[in-house]
Design a protein around this ligand. Structure first.
Ligand SMILES: Cc1cc2nc3c(=O)[nH]c(=O)nc-3n(C[C@H](O)[C@H](O)[C@H](O)COP(=O)(O)OP(=O)(O)OC[C@H]3O[C@@H](n4cnc5c(N)ncnc54)[C@H](O)[C@@H]3O)c2cc1C
Length: 303
């Protein structure tokens, strides 16, 4: 239940951008998740800083999300303030071979901006949904590359309310990980270094990746992409498929019959359904292959 005093306090600071009891299923690609006590989508970085200072002063937990394409949000929702970095912070600038992007911009917009400017580098990301903030935090990757290959530097806002510049090295990138996993903060902006490339070649490579994705991923059902990380030298999808679990259901959550590392929402799946399926997959894969699959998705609202 939202604390209405806090809600009105934040609303006074940022009129029109704060909601109480917002259903998180409206903000996740799985279409799953209970209510956020207080939900705010800042219109710019100054408003974001006001939210962070407010949360710090009142001692309220802060949860940061982008497009929610990698999140399993609890059926009980999220306590405290959820801050969504979205359209209010989505400017994209290109200077020479460098692209500087606010964290709320869609990764797809950055990839098409690079393509149209004749800049190579983002081709690999074709079809990865979500924002630049989410992509940098998760070190999103595909087709043998990842966002970290292009990052030059990142501007973050820490939970004390200060803006801090980070170099690529400071970000401690590894497979689907960055420093944000151990030191929570908010990505505000990132600068990427690309390289000149023929637009036609970029377009062809992107079209090829998109075609492969459409053929191999269950894109007509709500999902959150790959649920598990690939274990070293293997593929989570291959292991799950080999156990014969494709098509298995818990409630309205189902292991995709198209791609075994995707769990789809058949209509009204709950986070509880998805969690039960995740646990089942881990147990079966572990007992069959001795591999302890690690989730790639982030669990939110379970503290
Ligand atoms: C159909 C489909 C296909 C996918 N394919 C891929 C793929 O090929 N490769 C891949 O890597 N991923 C893939 N994903 C997963 C997802 O798209 C990526 O992880 C994406 O980068 C997440 O971005 P987001 O904005 O949705 O982040 P969210 O899901 O909102 O958040 C993910 C994490 O990032 C953090 N975060 C988000 N924004 C910020 C910010 N501004 N500052 C600090 N932290 C932030 C959140 O706190 C959370 O921990 C896929 C998902 C779907 C649905």
């Amino acid at each position: 239940m939202a604390d209405l005093t806090l809600y009105h306090g934040l609303l006074a600071l940022i009129p029109g951008r704060v909601r109480a009891g917002e259903p998180m299923k409206k903000h996740t690609s799985w279409r799953i998740g209970g209510p956020a006590d207080i939900f705010v989508e800042p219109g710019n970085r100054r408003e974001l800083q006001l939210v962070v200072s407010f949360a710090r002063d009142k001692g309220i937990p802060l949860t940061v999300i982008g497009a929610g394409s990698n999140l399993l949000v609890s059926d009980n929702g999220i306590r405290g303030i959820v801050v969504k970095i979205g359209n209010g912070m989505a400017r994209v600038f290109t200077v020479g071979n460098e692209i500087t992007v606010e964290a709320g911009a869609k990764l797809a917009v950055v990839a098409s901006t690079a393509r149209d400017a004749g800049l190579g580098g983002f081709e690999f990301s074709t079809g990865i949904p979500g924002t630049v903030g989410g992509a940098v935090a998760m070190n999103a990757g595909a087709n043998g590359s990842a966002v970290s290959a292009l990052v030059k530097n990142v501007l973050i806002l820490n939970f004390d309310g200060n803006f801090v510049g980070k170099s690529k090295e400071d970000m401690s990138f590894s497979y689907r990980r960055s420093i944000l996993h151990s030191e929570p903060a908010i990505i505000v902006e990132a600068t990427f270094t690309c390289y000149p490339r023929d637009k036609k070649l970029i377009r062809e490579e992107m079209a090829d990746y998109l075609k492969k994705r459409k053929a191999s991923q269950p894109l007509c059902y709500p999902n959150a992409g790959s649920v598990f990380k690939n274990p070293p030298g293997d593929s989570a999808g291959r292991l799950i498929e080999a156990t014969g679990l494709k098509g298995v259901r818990v409630g309205n959550a189902q292991i995709s019959t198209l791609h075994a590392n995707f769990i789809i929402n058949l209509g009204s799946a709950t986070a509880k359904d998805v969690l039960a399926l995740i646990e089942h997959v881990r147990e079966v894969v572990n007992s069959r292959f001795g591999v302890d699959l690690q989730p790639e998705i982030k669990f939110t609202g379970y503290d």
